[in-house]
Design a protein around this ligand. Sequence first.
Ligand code: NDP
Length: 327
Amino acid sequence: MFNALVVNKDDEGKTSAAVTQISEDQLPAGDVTVAVEYSTVNYKDGLCIGPGGGLVRNYPHVPGIDFAGTVEASDDPRYKAGDKVVLTGWRVGEAHWGGYAQKARVKADWLVPLPAGLDTRQAMAVGTAGFTAMLSVMALEDHGIKDGPVLVTGAAGGVGSVATAILAALGHKVAAVTGRPEASDYLLELGATQIVARDEINETVKRPLEAETWGGCVDAVGGEMLARVLGQMQYGASVAAVGLAGGAGLPTTVIPFLLRGVNLLGIDSVMQPYDNRLRAWERIAKDLPMAKLEAMVQPATLSDLPALGKDILKGQVRGRVVVDVNA
Ligand code: NDP
């Protein structure tokens, strides 16, 4: 028997989450059984732990959209007992039991070997949010980052914190947008060169085009913020659209695309093919300064998760929460 955070749904549709003992034969089918060491708290996890169950597809359910650990048993020749692995995406923690347990069983195709230079805790300090930040930076690079500062929205959150640290380490000027003035020192420590107040950007869109300001953007917020940012991009610059923490609507016009050649790049971390995942993790190990990663980390245990799930949905979590499932 081992510990897991199990989400249940009662006959009236009400969900509840509690740390529970489960056994290995309850785990879903898969090729590889992993002794999980660390998982994290992402926005999607907040939805899955919270009332209504968010994106959960089956009950009882073990959420946790990412984890890192050691292979315990494998029916797939690519992995053997003792290998260190990391998992993000593939609807794990939504449709398939995830990382909020001391063991997980998954398809071998969903795993990536831990790259040299990262341990399992560091991998989860990065987690899905940081992996997505890296995918965003890679997408911006593929389309060319211009000279102006690169804007990061939702900067004090998970995606934003890692994007800020990576872009700064790569030598870009980073303008970090935050609604939390108290996070300014933290963002400067991660390498931001400029702090932009959320209200400064997040007003009603008055004009489709404003001064050409940003050489690229990683946007974790969407909504009015993204609409406004599109009109502030330099000619031919790109926005990597990652999230919707500020809303799913997009009240914009075609003008930034027609008259400024702005590229809007959609970033999806869930269905990334193996080669892309491996490339992104290798870039993380190479380009993300580990001291900066440590500054982002807040430790947690399985029993902290119900409260942390609420906090992340309110935009109150700073940086990355690393869950030690064995603590
Ligand atoms: P966090 O909650 O850690 O960060 C989101 C940040 O957005 C907050 O910290 C806050 O930053 C800002 N924010 C929150 N609410 C608002 C608002 N109403 N208006 C403006 N800004 C707001 O979440 P993550 O960083 O983990 O994820 C961010 C988004 O990216 C989520 O929507 C998530 O679902 C999505 N995502 C998408 C992925 C993909 O594959 N496309 C993968 C991972 C995440 P501050 O306080 O600094 O303003």
